[in-house]
Design a protein around this ligand. Structure first.
Ligand SMILES: [Zn+2]
Ligand SMILES: [Zn+2]
Length: 121
């Protein structure tokens, strides 16, 4: 799937460690590894994009990047599906927990139910 988003391998990408570096897309991962060692102080201040581990942005700019990230749409769809599913599972679990939690006391107290007319069945 990612191939769709890897554009021209000759495309120049600005290095997150030194903005004077322009690296060809195909060399970018290697350059990052090298440059990270050269700029450990900068590396500490960089945050990894949650949508693409190859996007390194200054921590201060991360929220901005996340809004604009080109990989967001693709992954959000994916996460969207998973989230919906996860939510559904959670909801089901919660419903189960609630029903098992509510159910038992009713039977026991039912004999004296006249004093507690609103006791749920
Ligand atoms: Zn660099
Ligand atoms: Zn990104």
């Amino acid at each position: 799937k990612e191939e769709l988003y890897v554009l021209d391998p000759e495309r120049l990408i600005p290095c997150p460690y030194n903005k004077h570096h322009r690296i060809r897309a195909c060399r970018f991962p290697y350059h990052l590894v090298k440059c990270k060692k050269s700029y450990p102080e900068v590396a500490k201040k960089l945050a990894t994009c949650p949508f693409n581990a190859r996007h390194l942005v200054p921590q201060a700019d991360l929220s901005d990047h996340v809004l604009k990230c080109s990989d967001k749409g693709l992954i959000e769809q994916d996460i969207g599906k998973r989230t919906t599913c996860a939510l559904r599972c959670l909801f089901t679990l919660e419903m189960n927990a609630m029903s098992t939690w509510q159910a038992p006391p009713c039977d026991e107290d039912w004999e004296t139910g006249e004093e507690l007319p609103h006791l749920p069945r």
